[in-house]
Design a protein around this ligand. Sequence first.
Ligand SMILES: NC(=O)c1ccc[n+]([C@@H]2O[C@H](COP(=O)([O-])OP(=O)(O)OC[C@H]3O[C@@H](n4cnc5c(N)ncnc54)[C@H](OP(=O)(O)O)[C@@H]3O)[C@@H](O)[C@H]2O)c1
Length: 260
Amino acid sequence: MKKGYVLITGGNKGIGLELARIFAKNNYPLILVGTDILALYEARNAIKKTYKVPVCLIQRDLTKRNAVDEVYKIITDREIQVDILVNNAGFGTYGPFIETNLEKELDLIELNIRAVTHMTKLFSKDMAKRRHGRILNISSTSAFQGGPYMAVYFASKAYILHFTEAIHNEFKPYGLRVTALCPGPTDTNFTDCAKGSGKARIFQSMLSSKRVATAGYNALMKNKLFKVVGIKNNILRQLNRLLPREAAINIAQYCLLKEK
Ligand SMILES: NC(=O)c1ccc[n+]([C@@H]2O[C@H](COP(=O)([O-])OP(=O)(O)OC[C@H]3O[C@@H](n4cnc5c(N)ncnc54)[C@H](OP(=O)(O)O)[C@@H]3O)[C@@H](O)[C@H]2O)c1
């Protein structure tokens, strides 16, 4: 049977690009969305060097109000069927909330929360009609507790996790599968965007984006509710469940501070 497309937001860099490679290896045709057109072309060239799958590119800034509708229109006008949606695009900010840039944080909410919700709404309706489809939402270990100095980012990832958990159950009768991937610190461009975060204790030890993407792909294929990647991150998550919330936030704060 011919496979439908995999649509990956932020499929041109980091975890999204590694996911694109894995889907290509498994013969899925791809649609990659991002703002950086050069990185989109580079991603397509890199994938097509090794794999013989169609790779469509859509340049859109998903913080913009109409962008999700435009992406959806381009895809439906071309009569492309999306079987798998990966809501991966996202970024963070770093620093005391009193001092961080409001516009950037509002854009973060637009991308990490609104665009994820909007994409899921549009594509899940079509998947439900076909009674077939999967959605992988990239959350984070940030989702499990508040994160001092990354307050808005951590909260946005909690939204993604709770949203995903809810629709994982809701979508079962429609035959749709939904998984949240919760990576811990991962070696990508993330810390360049969340300026200053690269020096925080938490980012001194990172997993590779390939390892994280592989875990995400496998979790989606096994219809897991969520997946935390890596032993250390899993221990921290279990510890979080046992500790009072105040203690969990204190640990997060320690990890998010820079070494003196
Ligand atoms: N790295 C970590 O430590 C870590 C940990 C947990 C979760 N995550 C999550 O993993 C996901 C991927 O991040 P990453 O670590 O791979 O970082 P990354 O290398 O910076 O990749 C971010 C991706 O998002 C895209 N993107 C950013 N802003 C966008 C916008 N306005 N419109 C459309 N696309 C946009 C970027 O494409 P363009 O540059 O072309 O815009 C890029 O492909 C994010 O949701 C992040 O929160 C990361």
